[in-house]
Design a protein around this ligand. Structure first.
Ligand code: CAA
Ligand code: NAD
Length: 283
């Protein structure tokens, strides 16, 4: 199964990073979003990352230009008609993802793989709205994509071995390390990470310590590169809330209930770094 042409749906923080690493590995990439300004924001981040690589001597200007020339703007899902794999990185919402998968199933060539970068939603349920569930798979990149080595690969109930192998090979070509995981809410990464973040938010909510103190304890005491509240802001508080809701609903245990303070912040539009304010304020 030769993969050459890639479509990435969603040009947000994850989609732009995925498009960047695919283009760096030599793939032709169509980066899709709903509006040109969203694509432009994504390509702006990619350009900034590549410029930093040039400044640091890790890439030449020519390499930067070649990588950028491999990323095309797409504002229409019809552009999926000639790609070999689609990696969906739109918002963490089942209705949105199922609607996208229904459409791309009709448009993409019969051989194309339909992958999702979902953080927590069941791959099997997304696959079920398509006529090719054996070609649907989870390809879960970590944030920031250009830096983090892991791609969690999640098999849906029907995912074929051939498709798994093609995605595993592509992950290695992207200079990432694939780790195989089965299809349960939150997979492994977010089943473990998000309850820790949610607990940190509870500790703040209950007045156990200040946000700075909570982050310092985990940074200095556990050698985490970021404290859990800083990390929550970095992931996006809306995404954190979606994931906690999926864990709560999917695993049915009250230990996964989202902290009311997290709900309040999301309701206020305090989504973390991407909106300029979350637990911390960003310029
Ligand atoms: N995009 C691209 N490159 C980035 C970047 C970004 N957003 N942020 C940092 N980098 C690069 C920098 O360019 C820098 O490289 P050079 O100095 O060599 O140029 C390097 O990463 C280190 O950056 P900094 O020195 O600025 O800062 P740092 O040492 O604190 O590292 C970090 C930044 C890598 C993000 C680090 O803080 C970290 O690992 N944080 C935790 C990240 C994490 O846990 N990610 C997983 C989130 S959960 C998830 O992704 C799953 C989900 O479904 C929610
Ligand atoms: P984001 O809010 O930064 O970006 C989402 C993008 O998708 C936006 O640009 C939006 O305009 C676009 N979009 C929404 N609906 C669309 C549609 N129907 N068609 C095309 N584009 C559409 O979100 P993000 O942080 O990049 O997260 C994207 C996905 O990746 C989510 O499923 C999330 O759970 C997952 N994820 C996030 C992280 C993280 O740390 N933020 C890590 C791993 C996986």
């Amino acid at each position: 199964m030769g993969i050459q042409k890639v479509m990435v749906i969603g040009a947000g923080q994850m989609g732009s990073g995925i498009a960047q690493v695919c283009a760096q590995a030599g793939y032709e990439v169509k980066l899709n979003d709903m509006k040109q300004e969203f694509f432009e924001r994504g390509i702006g981040v990619i350009t900034k990352n590549l410029s930093r690589d040039v400044e640091k001597g890790r890439k030449t200007e020519e390499e930067k230009a070649a990588i950028l020339s491999r990323i095309m703007m797409s504002l229409d899902l019809q552009d999926a008609s000639d790609v070999d794999i689609i990696i969906e990185a739109a918002v963490e919402n089942m209705e949105v993802k199922q609607s996208i998968f229904k459409q791309i199933d009709q448009i993409a060539p019969a051989h194309a793989i339909l992958a999702t970068n979902t953080s927590s939603l069941p791959i099997t349920e997304i696959a079920a709205v398509t006529n090719r569930p054996e070609q649907v798979i989870g390809m879960h990149f970590m944030n920031p994509v250009p830096v983090m080595k892991l791609v969690e690969i999640i098999r849906g109930l029907a995912t074929s071995d051939e498709v798994y192998k093609a995605v595993e090979d592509m992950t290695v070509k992207l200079s990432k390390t694939p780790v195989e995981v089965n299809d349960f809410p939150g997979f492994i990464s977010n089943r473990i990470l998000l309850p820790m973040i949610n607990e940190a938010i509870y500790a703040l909510y209950e007045g156990v310590a200040t946000k700075e103190a909570i982050d310092d304890v985990m940074k200095l005491g556990m050698n985490h590169p970021m404290g859990p509240l800083t990390l929550a802001d970095f992931i996006g508080l809306d995404t954190c809330l979606y994931i906690m809701e999926i864990l709560h609903e999917g695993l049915g245990d009250s230990k996964y209930r989202p902290c009311p303070l997290l709900r309040k912040y999301v309701a206020a539009g305090w989504l973390g770094k991407k909106s300029g304010r979350g637990f911390y304020v960003y310029e």
